[in-house]
Write a protein that binds this ligand. Structure first.
Ligand SMILES: C[S@@+](CC[C@H](N)C(=O)[O-])C[C@H]1O[C@@H](n2cnc3c(N)ncnc32)[C@H](O)[C@@H]1O
Length: 205
């Protein structure tokens, strides 16, 4: 059997590793996450529909962002807010690669998402609340970007089942107290996810 030259096969291995790293954020990692945080079920539970204008605060590298963009479709839009320019660049690059045109990256302030529009149908925050340096101020400023009666959806890990040392996540009580202090009214929670609770708040203006 003919042998491949060592240098050529090493180049192939390197190329494969680079390709894997390049596609991991959009395929490999998300594929596993979808098993315990299924985006379609989450979007069904909170009422994401075609044509909606959604603000995603703390979008990270865009795990939910791209699912939201697909669901809201061409008539809808997703404003992907971040404090990290690097994460916004990752989203921008992936959107370009995949030809997604209804995601608008938005660089925010530490206490204000700075969404460019004030008539959003919904704001979603996945694993963001416990990362905010100024959660009360952030939530108080967030309200201005939503239509009256529009929901704010907060997805957070269940502290009691997902304990870390030192503690990283907020307890259910800490979440409820913080969001109430910012003036939001809890409409309901959804508890079907294995690791997370979905808190659905209404802006009452
Ligand atoms: C654990 S990550 C979650 C990212 C994404 N939502 C997800 O579920 O994959 C928390 C994110 O919150 C962002 N973040 C922290 N403070 C923020 C702020 N004040 N405004 C916007 N994003 C913020 C971080 O940059 C980080 O990307």
């Amino acid at each position: 059997m003919a042998r491949m030259p060592v240098r050529f096969s090493a180049t192939l291995v390197g190329l494969a590793a680079c390709l894997t790293a390049a596609i991991a954020p959009s395929f490999g990692l998300d594929a596993d996450r979808e098993s315990w945080q299924p985006p379609e079920q989450i979007m069904d539970a909170v009422g994401v529909c075609a044509g909606m204008k959604i603000g995603e605060a703390g979008a990270g590298e865009g795990y939910l962002t791209f699912h939201l963009a697909k669901r809201v479709g061409e008539q809808g839009i997703v404003f992907a807010n971040e404090i990290s320019e690097g994460d916004l660049e990752t989203i921008r690059r992936r959107a370009g690669r995949e030809g997604v045109s209804n995601i608008v990256p938005v660089l925010g302030d530490i206490d204000d998402p700075l969404f460019p529009e004030k008539n959003l149908d919904m704001v979603i925050m996945v694993y963001v609340l416990h990362h905010l340096d100024q959660p009360i101020e952030f939530l108080e400023n967030l309200e201005a970007y939503l239509k009256p009666g529009a929901p704010v959806v907060i997805v957070e890990k269940n502290h009691d089942t997902e304990r870390t040392h030192p503690p990283h996540f907020m307890t259910r009580k800490q979440i409820l107290d913080a969001v109430e202090e910012a003036g939001y009214k809890l409409e309901r929670t959804e508890d079907f996810l294995p690791r997370d609770t979905i808190y659905i708040y209404l802006v009452d203006r």
